[in-house]
Design a protein around this ligand. Structure first.
Ligand code: C5P
Length: 404
């Protein structure tokens, strides 16, 4: 694959060398496009030696080969690491005043950006707005992560590890390049949030929009699978080419999922109500009947994912875990415990809070199996869904090979 590695001018530029080496060692044809300020942090000879290709930041070098557009047109993937606040702003605006700018504009390849900057800069509304713009246009953002920054301070803004950036970039490009990875497979995805009636007009529910599940269904369809989306109160439309089965309550979702437990892949992305209202009324309850301090008695709902894990014909079973745990290691450990408890094969872990997860366009997930983290991706729900489906497809392919 032809990979353009863009480097912008931050101290993390030296780490781009590690990413270039990893990409070359994996057999990719790597072309490095530094900005002028990146070349003040890392030398051209280093970049040429590692990438084994000539390196320039000049639009006016090699004009006969129309280099300013040729690189972008021929790229299968563009990854920019580090992406400074300035470069994010330029890319978000579509500026093309250097070779990196023209290359990105001339390309239709997946764009993966690894921001690095001080916490104050990262948190600036201007920077966040640029990131949102880029994400909405389909870019995948990897990091930044929390850690030591150059000024001796610590906080969010450190570039993600080069090997994580490379993994996310290859996943973004790989999934985009491999339609058919799930050809001939059946995939069932649950999405949305179940509602538990209190009476005919009221319910207990949750904030899940169903966007992640819908993107998973779309990604599985794009990979060639025959897909059923079991949607609980979706706020988003079902993707084209996907069969939609609408449900409302946990019991309805359970029935719909157990009926389809023989699919090759079952993904439980729905936010399932853990409790239902005991003795829900068939008639609308009035304030008079309810009184001043009404109480609802809740009964525990069955765990559908755990039931599917015990079904006779085992699908590849993917669960979701939305956690509020702030500490990263503790978050992953919780995910591993949940995976073991539920008996699923993979668990997609995401952190939710008031400004993360539910309803947001961009998201970060880690995919776990029994041995630990197997994929780590951030970006739009669509790009993250592609990474998850890619991981699923690899699992199925590996399992088929074992059987042969
Ligand atoms: O235990 P927790 O609710 O965090 O687990 C989340 C995972 O389990 C999700 O995949 C969700 O769809 C599934 N689940 C389920 N049945 C329940 C509760 C959660 O299948 N009653």
């Amino acid at each position: 694959m032809r990979v353009v590695v863009g480097i912008s001018g931050g101290i993390a530029a030296y780490k781009a060398a590690l990413a270039i080496r990893e990409l070359v060692q994996a057999g990719h044809d790597v072309h490095v496009v530094p900005t002028a300020s990146a070349l003040r942090f890392i030398g051209r000879p280093t970049l040429e030696a590692l990438s084994r290709n000539p390196v320039t930041d000049e639009v006016f070098d090699d004009v006969a080969a129309v280099r300013h557009v040729a690189l972008g047109q021929s790229a299968d993937l563009i990854v920019v690491l580090p992406a400074t606040a300035n470069t994010l702003a330029k890319l978000a605006t579509g500026l093309a005043d250097d070779l990196l700018g023209t290359t990105v504009l001339a390309s239709r390849a997946p764009l993966v950006l690894a921001p690095a900057m001080h916490t104050e800069m990262w948190e600036q509304p201007a920077v966040q707005a640029n990131v949102r713009t880029l994400v909405e246009r389909g870019a995948t953002i990897v990091g930044p992560v929390a850690g030591a920054l150059t000024g001796g301070d610590t906080g969010l803004g450190r570039m993600a590890e080069p090997t994580d950036v490379v993994a996310a970039a290859l996943a973004a490009a790989g999934a985009a390049q491999q339609p058919g990875a799930l050809a001939g497979r059946t995939v069932v995805v649950s999405a949305g949030g179940t509602r538990e009636p209190i009476d005919p007009v009221r319910f207990l529910g949750n904030r899940s929009s169903g966007a992640m599940g819908a993107e998973l269904a779309a990604a599985a369809r794009a990979a060639g699978a025959s897909v059923t989306l079991v949607g609980a109160n979706l706020h988003v439309p079902a993707p084209e080419g996907v069969e939609l089965v609408e449900v409302e309550t946990t019991e309805q979702l359970r029935t719909a999922m157990l009926e389809r437990a023989d699919a090759d892949v079952v993904v439980m992305a729905a936010a399932v109500a853990d409790y239902r209202v005991e003795g829900a009324s068939d008639e609308k309850r009035t304030k008079e009947a309810w009184g001043e301090r009404p109480t609802l008695t809740l009964a525990l709902n069955p765990d559908i994912l755990a039931e599917l894990a015990r079904a006779p014909r085992r699908s590849l079973l993917v669960g979701f875990g939305a956690e509020t745990e702030p500490d990263d290691d503790a978050l992953v450990q919780r995910g591993r415990d949940k995976l073991a408890r539920k008996g699923a094969d993979l668990l997609v872990l995401n952190r939710v809070g008031h400004d993360e997860g539910f309803g947001r366009v961009d998201t970060r997930v880690r995919v776990l199996d029994a041995d630990g983290v197997v994929a780590d991706a951030s970006g739009t729900k669509a790009s993250v869904a592609r990474v998850i489906i890619d991981t699923v497809a690899q699992r199925l392919a590996a399992a088929s090979e074992e059987h042969q």
